[in-house]
Design a protein around this ligand. Structure first.
Ligand SMILES: NC(=O)C1=CN([C@@H]2O[C@H](COP(=O)(O)OP(=O)(O)OC[C@H]3O[C@@H](n4cnc5c(N)ncnc54)[C@H](OP(=O)(O)O)[C@@H]3O)[C@@H](O)[C@H]2O)C=CC1
Ligand SMILES: O=C(CO)COP(=O)(O)O
Length: 344
């Protein structure tokens, strides 16, 4: 089987490397920390990010990026979205042949509102890649690394390349679907993190399952509203990378976004929470991006708006929930009924 480089040795990069190794690929896992490369190569563990898991011996860790990508046919980018530009700038210096680029990171860049595939396309010259593919869906690294049943979606402007990536990853525990909607698949994965922060806050405040169900359902409505305004097919949000990922992130204690929200709901401030987490909480940055975009484009996003006030303006979570519950009366399917009204 071919050589594949996985760039980023956090929880998700390590779990995806494990799936590829299970599928008999020669996997090169790049980390920017020398001591982590040594741990992976000598002890076959990555204790900080995948506690208690023994990594397959087919995974070799590299600290040198040039060595990691030498002769590979595929590169899987799995660094936090904040680091994506910097890592692509380094990659540009060391790739010497065209490869297929897949990314599995979930976020939107504040100010530019770029999706991850757009950031990659901006930083890497076109001649260095044959396609950019996204892999997304309800998939906590902790469960994937235990080989528990998991489903994800891959998408690309080039569907043939997405199918190639589907072939690389699919096995009896890790089922991979394809979708033609790159924009929707990326946005579903990014925007669910905002709502997961909200679900964690709700639990932290001591609210129950009714509140959680409300957040998931009304959260999906606002994800769909923003997503379609950014060019996604609304149907994609009914799939794995939409509602599937939204459910898993809002309900699982594995979720860093849920856990961060939970600490906020219990009264910790954002800096304390991010300190305690020690892992990436993508929803914070994506809340800023979605809030800014929704203001500029007049897209109604009351939950995102409330989250923004909690994260960046010091609003008290309970006050924000009270304000959400006492907004003006609405029709549940307002956009739909307007649309149907226009048509009748
Ligand atoms: N964890 C999961 O279950 C899933 C995560 N994702 C997505 O995958 C992406 C990565 O998340 P995840 O692996 O969980 O994150 P983690 O917090 O577990 O790990 C992040 C990794 O990236 C490294 N890193 C941070 N900054 C840089 C940089 N500038 N250059 C190189 N490496 C860097 C960190 O190194 P260091 O140790 O030095 O900080 C660490 O190894 C996110 O976008 C997330 O949303 C998607 C699906 C599932
Ligand atoms: O995206 C994920 C699961 O699909 C992981 O979510 P967290 O980043 O909140 O842990």
């Amino acid at each position: 089987m071919g050589k594949i480089a996985v760039i980023g040795a956090g929880s998700w990069g390590s779990a995806l490397a494990l799936v590829l190794a299970d599928n008999n690929h020669d996997v090169r896992l790049w980390t920017h920390r020398q001591e982590q490369a040594e741990e992976i190569n000598n002890a076959h563990t990555n204790e900080k990010y995948l506690k208690g898991i023994t990594l397959p011996k087919a995974i070799t860790a590299f600290h040198d990026l040039k060595e990691a990508v030498q002769d590979v046919s595929h590169i899987i980018l799995v660094v936090p979205t904040k680091a994506m530009r910097e890592v692509c700038q380094e990659l540009k210096q060391v790739i010497d042949h065209p490869v297929t680029i897949t990314h599995a990171s979930k976020g939107i860049e504040p100010s530019t509102y770029k999706r991850v595939s757009e950031v990659i396309a901006e930083e890497l010259p076109e001649e260095l890649y044959s396609a950019i593919v996204v892999l997304s869906g309800p998939s906590h690294a902790e469960e994937v690394s235990l080989r528990q049943p998991t489903t994800v979606t891959v998408s690309s402007g080039n569907l043939e390349q997405a199918e190639l990536v589907q072939d690389l990853f699919i096995n009896e525990k890790f089922r991979v679907y394809t979708s033609p909607d790159l924009v929707g698949v990326e946005l579903g994965g990014a925007l669910k993190n905002i709502i997961a922060l909200g679900a964690g806050i709700s639990d932290g405040l001591g609210y129950g399952d009714n509140a959680k169900a409300a957040l998931i359902t009304r959260g999906l409505a606002e994800i769909t509203r923003l997503g379609t305004s950014m060019g996604a097919n609304p149907l994609t949000f009914a799939g794995l990378s939409g509602v599937g990922d939204l459910i898993v992130t809002c309900t699982s204690h594995h979720s860093r976004n849920w856990r961060a929200g939970n600490l906020l709901g219990k009264g910790n401030d954002l800096d304390e929470v991010l300190d305690k987490m020690g892992m990436v909480v993508e929803g914070v940055r994506t809340t800023k991006a979605a809030y800014q975009f929704s203001k500029e484009q007049s897209v109604e996003m009351p939950i995102t708006n409330g989250l923004y006030r909690i994260l960046f303006e010091g609003a008290k979570p309970k006050d924000v929930v009270d304000q959400l519950m006492t907004r003006g009366r609405r029709h549940e399917m307002e956009e739909l009924s307007n649309l149907l009204g226009e048509r009748s």
